[in-house]
Design a binder for this molecule. Structure first.
Ligand SMILES: C=C(O[C@@H]1C=C(C(=O)O)C=C[C@H]1O)C(=O)O
Length: 470
């Protein structure tokens, strides 16, 4: 059962405790209130004392919408393989939010789950991703939502049949009082030099060569191959500084961070997988890349080149075709523009096609995530064959890289992005990932340069300045 803060919280807790005891099932009580503006990064950092290891950060392009979670009030996770991992999260969440007394509230406030999935549960795990489950979602104890210049605080509590009324009341009092976030200066300019770097280049180039041969032999149409770069910095990496820089430097991307104990998985991705608000659905096809120009003339020229380049258009159309097919069965009035546009991020330009539609009855956001992931922008085409190729050829474990990350609520609103332009950080170490679509005309050298370009946003955010090395 879910409640919001328009009756006194004590009354709601009494009611929820009765409900929990009657049904012998835990109940979520969620209090939402509008508060004075707070810098979301300050809120994130203020969680260091009580919620270190259990924080998340999410902001949409141009910071239109920001969510910051502190503390794990509830964790839903599983290591199921393939589709079951999506379904299981949804089933558990539905079970716990079965009885809902919901009042008018803004989407993105109140009880919601934030988390993600692994790219491929069938690939054997490496040590880097050991503590990441195949699916992990958290209900935050405290959450800040900033939307349309309004700021809301949500406090969640999972009330069990044996809980004591006064303890529950104190939970809400404590976290409301602790809202006094102390503003501080975040030095987004501060540098952090890296002391060592491991590139893993040769194996990757070989894998690309092999993949092109397989494509030319008609085994498969497209496969996306990624590589990883390992860096060791002189100082520990502060996730809030990296988030701050990503927001400054990548205003047209989604900035995300999922803290999992000592590790933070974070990045700035331009790629939305799927968004659902009530029954409106929006997905985006993003594939085909070129660099930014150094003058506006050159930049425009590159953009135009991209729009007429056969190799990139082919790569892109494979993605559009698959997303269209995947959404056709669960959406009506699907709108797929005939031609792509150019989407510019700070370092790269991409071919981009938005796909819009309306969810048919009974098709949930997570069912669409399961259906779409991985699109040929990150896997390849046909899907299963591409996954097999990636397992066989790619010299790394993707973990949560290139997989869906995002949030959803009890009314099935939410948004998932594809976790690219990302890295896994722990103390003074970072592993960064970048890949590109391989088709029959791919050249290993230019694909390698493309991955270099895709590593730039994270490298720059980690080091506070642009590196050219990787
Ligand atoms: C695989 C990545 O990016 C994907 C591949 C692209 C391409 O091959 O052109 C473009 C955007 C993304 O869909 C990455 O950034 O690591």
């Amino acid at each position: 059962m879910l409640t919001t803060l328009d009756h006194t919280i004590r009354e709601k807790i009494i009611h929820s405790l009765e409900e929990a005891r009657r049904t012998n099932q835990s109940v979520i009580v969620s209090a939402v209130k509008e508060v004075d503006a707070i810098n979301p990064l300050h809120f994130y950092t203020s969680g260091e004392s009580l919620s270190l290891g259990e924080r998340f950060f999410w902001s949409t392009p141009k910071e239109n919408y920001t969510l910051v979670g502190l503390g794990n009030e509830l964790v839903l996770e599983n290591n199921n393989q393939s589709y079951e991992r999506f379904q299981k999260i949804e089933t558990q969440w539905k079970q716990i939010t079965k009885t809902v007394i919901s009042h008018e509230r803004l989407i993105g406030t109140g009880p919601l789950l934030f988390g993600g999935f692994s790219f491929d549960p069938l690939k054997e795990k490496g040590p880097l991703w050991n503590s990441f489950s195949e699916a992990k979602f958290v209900l935050p104890t405290r959450m800040l939502t900033v939307k349309d210049n309004r700021t809301f605080l949500t406090i969640n509590k999972l009330i069990s049949p044996n809980d004591q009324l006064e303890v529950c009341v104190k939970h809400f009092e404590k976290y409301t009082e602790q809202l006094n976030v102390i503003p501080f200066h975040i030095d987004c300019e501060k540098g952090n030099e890296f002391a060592s770097i491991e590139l893993k280049t040769a194996e990757w180039v070989e894998a690309v060569q092999q993949a092109t041969e397989d494509i030319r032999a008609n085994e498969i149409d497209k496969v996306v191959l990624a590589r990883e770069v390992h860096l060791e910095f002189t100082n520990n990496i502060n996730s809030y500084e990296v988030i701050g820089r990503l927001q400054l430097e990548q205003p047209t991307s989604f900035v995300f961070c999922f803290e999992n104990g000592l590790q933070q998985f974070l990045g700035a991705t331009p790629e939305r997988l799927v968004k659902k608000e009530e029954n409106q659905v929006l997905s985006t096809c993003l594939a085909g890349s070129i660099n930014r120009g150094s003058t506006s003339y050159e930049d425009k020229y590159y953009g135009e080149q991209l729009l007429s380049d056969d190799k990139n258009l082919h790569e892109h159309y494979i993605v559009v075709k698959m997303i269209k097919e995947a959404l056709e069965s669960c959406c009506y009035d699907l709108n797929v523009p005939a031609n792509p546009q150019v989407l510019k991020t700070k370092n790269i330009q991409h071919l981009y096609t938005p796909v819009r539609g309306f969810a048919k009855e009974g098709h949930s956001l997570l069912s669409m995530v399961a259906r779409l992931h991985p699109t040929p922008a990150l896997g390849g085409y046909p899907k299963e064959k591409a996954l097999e190729k990636i397992r066989a050829l790619e010299p790394m474990h993707r973990g949560w890289y290139a997989a869906p990350i995002g949030w959803f609520d009890h009314e099935d609103n939410g948004e998932f992005v594809v976790a690219i332009r990302s890295g896994l950080v722990e103390k003074n170490r970072a592993a960064l990932f970048a890949g590109c679509g391989i088709v029959k005309d791919s050249q290993p050298e230019s694909e390698y340069l493309e991955t270099k370009m895709k590593l730039k946003p994270m490298l720059s955010a980690l080091g506070g300045k642009e590196y050219d090395g990787c």
